[in-house]
Design a protein around this ligand. Structure first.
Ligand code: FAD
Length: 310
């Protein structure tokens, strides 16, 4: 069921007519269904959400949605959008932290293009004291993403980290690889449809891997981010941190905008660091469909608001 649900929503996410329908209704009003998970279509809307979350004691990272560009021009446009985002964040005074995807910056074109575009972002990001997180995408991109990351790391860009996915069998080695480098890792369960040849399919196996990797990161990593909404994973993390004497300033939790807001607030109240991943932009449909695939109950919520709006 766990893997099947992701596969079903992955297939739907490629439907052009569904995309058109969703785009028409999803963000139209203040209470449209996609707004539960997406901060808005403009940078200004995202900054507005960020300010509210900061006022509640949360940390944040802004993600300019967009993936899978196929041409150099599209990759250049996405790079420029990130450069503008950096400027607007600096002017706004909110925390300086962004997340991005290498398929946005041209990884499907060639390695030189993506390295070049990422460097164009990391330069000003460094000047303005930003942290940049590289999201992890489908398993076909794992190795090349890490290699691009390492190339820039070796060129002296250390205000950047990667996400690693617990569902992939290879991730234990990747955690060790990043720990040895001294790079910051965001640990996630993994959001894409992956075959049994490369990834665990059962929730119990993914959870067990997540706990093993969380421990490796708390023991030997640099300021790891434990990104999950799963209470069992959160409890396992706080318990292990206490057992090993890892104080709450040496790691952080991360959650997605709009998901388990109750847990977000309660962890902050308990004195833990909680970073909210704030996605925004016009290309929100694939991100939105991944959130539905994680929790099919969200579909009922979407359908109800669609009926209301029509
Ligand atoms: C900050 C952050 C960054 C991420 N970056 C990446 C990345 O770079 N690459 C990647 O592959 N994945 C990424 N993910 C997604 C991640 O891989 C999982 O798909 C997602 O977090 C759901 O897994 P979970 O750990 O919350 O546990 P699950 O076992 O899926 O869920 C646990 C509980 O959380 C709640 N929940 C989870 N998802 C939803 C939802 N969509 N709607 C409502 N409630 C929900 C439910 O209460 C559920 O019972 C990221 C997640 C976070 C929090």
């Amino acid at each position: 069921m766990y893997a099947a649900s992701k596969a079903f929503f992955y297939a739907l996410s490629r439907s052009g007519s569904l995309k058109r329908l969703a785009s028409r209704y999803g963000m139209a009003n203040e209470d449209s269904f996609a707004r539960r998970f997406i901060a808005g279509e403009t940078i200004e809307e995202a900054i507005g959400c960020a300010r509210k979350l900061q006022a509640r004691g949360m940390l944040l990272t802004l993600d300019y949605l967009g993936e899978s560009v196929r041409t150099v021009e599209e990759a250049t446009t996405a790079t420029r959008e990130y450069l503008r985002l950096i400027d607007v964040i600096v002017a706004s005074g909110i925390e300086r932290n962004v997340s991005l995807k290498l398929t946005q910056l041209g990884i499907d074109i060639d390695r030189a293009t993506v390295v070049d575009n990422l460097r164009r972002i990391l330069g000003p990001a460094h000047t303005h004291d930003f942290f940049v997180r590289i999201d992890m995408e489908e398993s076909a991109y794992t190795e090349v993403t890490l290699e691009v990351f390492e190339t820039l790391w070796q060129q002296g860009y250390h205000h950047v980290g990667v996400a690693l996915q617990a569902y992939l069998y290879r991730t234990e080695k990747d955690v060790q690889r990043m720990n040895e480098l001294g790079a910051r890792v965001r640990l996630v369960k993994g959001a894409y449809k992956e075959p049994p040849a490369v990834a665990h399919q059962k929730k119990a196996d993914v959870d067990a891997a997540f706990i093993r990797l969380m421990r490796l990161l708390l023991d030997g990593g640099v300021y790891p981010a434990i990104a999950t909404h799963d209470p069992a994973m959160l409890d396992a993390t706080t318990a292990y941190a206490k057992e090993r004497g890892v104080t709450p300033d040496r790691y952080e939790f991360q959650m997605l905008f709009g998901i388990r807001r109750d847990l977000q607030a309660s962890l902050v109240a308990q004195g833990y660091r909680m970073r909210i991943y704030i996605p925004f932009g016009q290309q929100w449909f694939p991100y939105f469909m991944r959130r539905l695939g994680e929790r099919p109950a969200n579909v009922a919520f979407v359908l109800k608001s669609l009926v209301r709006e029509r």
